[in-house]
Design a protein. Structure first.
Length: 237
C-alpha cells in the first residue's frame, strides 16, 4: 500500500493523513471481527496493515514528530516487542501445523481411520496451543497511550494486528472440524461416506492457507522491525 503524503497539486496535512490511517485501521478492525471473514481476507488485511505501518512511519519522520515524549515512545517500543514475540511464536508454530496436515494426508491415503482421527486431534491441539500463546502474550500488550497521536496510531495498529492474528488462528482451528454435533472432523466423517478425494483437497487447501499466512506474518514481522527503527530514531533526536 503506497502512502503519499505530498502532492504538487494538493499537499495533504499531517492531520488529514492521521485521519486516513485511522479510517483504514477501523476498516481492518471490521474485517477481523466479521463472522464472514475468510483466510484470504485476513491475509489481505495483514498486507494492508503493513502498508499502514509505512504510512505511520512517514508521520513519525515528520519534523513535528521529532520531539515525542520519551516515556511514551519507550512504552510503545516495549509493547511492540510483544507483537514481535507473537509473530515469532506463530512462525514457529506454522511448521508444526503444516507437519500435522501432511501426516493427516498420508494416513488418509492409507485409509487408516483411527490414525486420521489421532492426527486431526493432534492438529487441533496444536492450533489451540498457538491460540493460548497468543492470549498469554497479548495480555502483556495492553496499553493506554496518552498524548502523542502518532504513538496512538501505532498502538491501534498493534491492536488490529493482534485481532487479525487471533481471527486467523480461529479459522485454522475450524477448517478441519465438523460444524455439527459429530465428535469427529470432516475428514473422519468422509471415511464413513467414502469421499476421501474431496477431503484430500480440503487438506491441501488448508496446507496452502497455512503457507499463505506464514508468508504474510513473516512480511509483517519485517515491517514491524522497520517501524521500531523509525520510532527508535526519534529518541536520538
Amino acid at each position: 500500500m503506497a502512502c503519499h503524503f505530498r502532492s504538487a497539486s494538493a499537499p495533504s496535512s499531517p492531520r488529514s493523513n492521521e485521519i486516513s490511517v485511522e479510517e483504514q485501521l477501523q476498516s481492518l478492525k471490521a474485517i477481523a471481527s466479521s463472522p464472514s471473514t475468510s483466510m484470504d481476507t485476513i491475509c489481505d488485511g495483514l498486507v494492508k496493515l503493513g502498508g499502514i505501518y509505512s504510512c505511520i512511519d512517514e508521520l513519525v519522520c515528520l519534523p513535528s514528530s521529532q520531539h515525542l515524549q520519551r516515556k511514551t515512545v519507550e512504552e510503545e517500543l516495549e509493547r511492540s516487542l510483544v507483537l514481535l514475540d507473537l509473530c515469532s511464536a506463530m512462525q514457529e508454530s506454522f511448521a508444526e501445523l503444516k507437519e500435522n496436515v501432511m501426516e493427516t494426508q498420508l494416513v488418509l491415503k492409507r485409509g487408516d481411520n483411527a490414525a486420521v482421527q489421532k492426527k486431526i486431534q493432534s492438529y487441533i491441539r496444536s492450533a489451540k496451543k498457538v491460540q493460548k500463546q497468543l492470549k498469554k502474550i497479548n495480555s502483556k500488550a495492553a496499553s493506554d497511550i496518552q498524548g502523542c497521536r502518532v504513538v496512538k496510531l501505532l498502538s491501534e495498529a498493534r491492536e488490529v494486528a493482534v485481532s487479525m492474528l487471533e481471527s486467523a488462528l480461529q479459522l485454522l482451528s475450524k477448517q478441519i472440524t465438523m460444524p455439527s454435533t459429530s465428535k469427529w472432523s470432516l475428514v473422519s466423517k468422509a471415511f464413513q461416506k467414502k469421499s476421501i478425494v474431496c477431503e484430500e483437497e480440503q487438506l491441501q487447501e488448508l496446507e496452502l492457507d497455512i503457507a499463505d499466512l506464514e508468508s504474510t506474518v513473516e512480511t509483517l514481522f519485517r515491517r514491524l522491525i522497520q517501524s521500531r527503527v523509525s520510532l527508535l530514531n526519534t529518541l536520538s533526536m
